[in-house]
Design a protein around this ligand. Sequence first.
Ligand code: GLN
Length: 504
Amino acid sequence: MSERGAPGGATSVRGIAAAVRSREATASSVVEETLERISAMDGELHCFHTVMAKEALASARALDATIAAGRDPGPLAGVPVALKDNICTKGTTTSCSSKILENWVPPYDATVVERLRDAGAVVVGKTNLDEFAMGSSTENSAFGPTRNPWDASRVPGGSSGGSAAAVAAGLVPLAYGSDTGGSIRQPASFCGIVGLKPTYGGVSRYGLVAFASSLDQIGPFACTVEDATLGLLAVAGHDPRDSTSIDREVEPLLDSLGGGVGGLRVGLIEEFAADVAPSCSGAARAAADALAAAGAKVGEVSIPEVRHGLPAYYVIAPAEASSNLARYDGVRYGLRVDAGDARTMNLRTRGAGFGAEVRRRIMIGTYALSAGYYDAYYGQAQRVRTLVVRAFERAYEDFDVLLAPMTPSEAFELGAKTANPLDMYVSDLCAVPSNLAGHPAMSVPFALGESGLPVGVQVLAPALREAAMLRAAAALEAAAPPGVRGPVKLAAAPAGAASDGGGE
Ligand code: GLN
């Protein structure tokens, strides 16, 4: 049997779906090999909280029966996917990496899960994250960190670190995460893969456990721009169950990928260059040069307001979180620590169930929303948010897409930033402006840093302009030097074998 059960060793989303649809491979064989690979490799990496072996094999067999009966199995037939463990799966624990939801089993599927199943994809498991998606390294998980497949002493980024590492390690070709302030794009950059945050409202949030509702978006991770696009198309589009979902046809985005960048107006954001490592600013500049060489009209653009995004984000996101997390009261979901009266029960449950970072965010958010400080903190942050939105609007009068570094550094060592929360927050500097504006943005692997770790470049676009963003991303991918992207070639052996570099 060839790798992944598909002839020719197809490991791409497109390749697997084509092989399964044409009956060159069965969905069952693809899923069996995926499960074997996860059980061989995930011990050290800890991408997964739950591997849904039984359910996945049953879905694969059902798909094979559909195909044998001559019915259409869907565009992602037999493609194994992993889901961040804050996306609700009916009948399967959805823990948010929190003790408070450790044993919580949702009674319903998120809309993205329904859509993936309708498309023929097979959900194989739930992945590790920072507790309630609060963090940038996956170290805030109550169940232990995930490791970066390029170098097991490094973090995979976060908060969707499990999904990013699972794709980078070649365990699955497609995974989903949520991006509230960079949690898809930053781990994609650290793991040498593509990570895409859609326009706010582009993908339903129904069944995504809420962190900061005005910022949260679900999006895909994959090794290539094309596969990420297929992953986006499978879940995008209007959903009446999410009141912020955009009621609009999804564009046929695959057509954009071959479009080239001739005439595309590309602006390199100047501001972050001084704040990030030379490998990260250098990658963004090299990306700008590559797009110019491919025919884009490239210029530099100053958007000073983007540097104020980070402080505004770290008031708005905790404020919304403090409200959203009020529902974990020991009554409605998950953990309860009993006591003689309801208030003590509630306090004990929350004290025992939430980790340090989540408690910190709830306290910051509650403070920022309190009567005496609301205007000075929350009100002020909202005004800054408006300034960021307007600044982007001005920049997009002259440019179709923008480029920026994705992260201030390459993937850092486990433990390097856990002592000081502010150090961790600063990792999100380049990511949060797009969340504040509700714009699409993505990370494309484009360079290797000094330590041999991958470095992504960020492509930003105005709301609903995913097509232009993907044109630029596809051109960057074509121009990227070899060896900058996953999947990493891992030896199927335990500890220590995780860092033999990347491959195409
Ligand atoms: N790292 C950011 C935070 O800790 C973003 C998290 C996210 O996007 N979910 O809030």
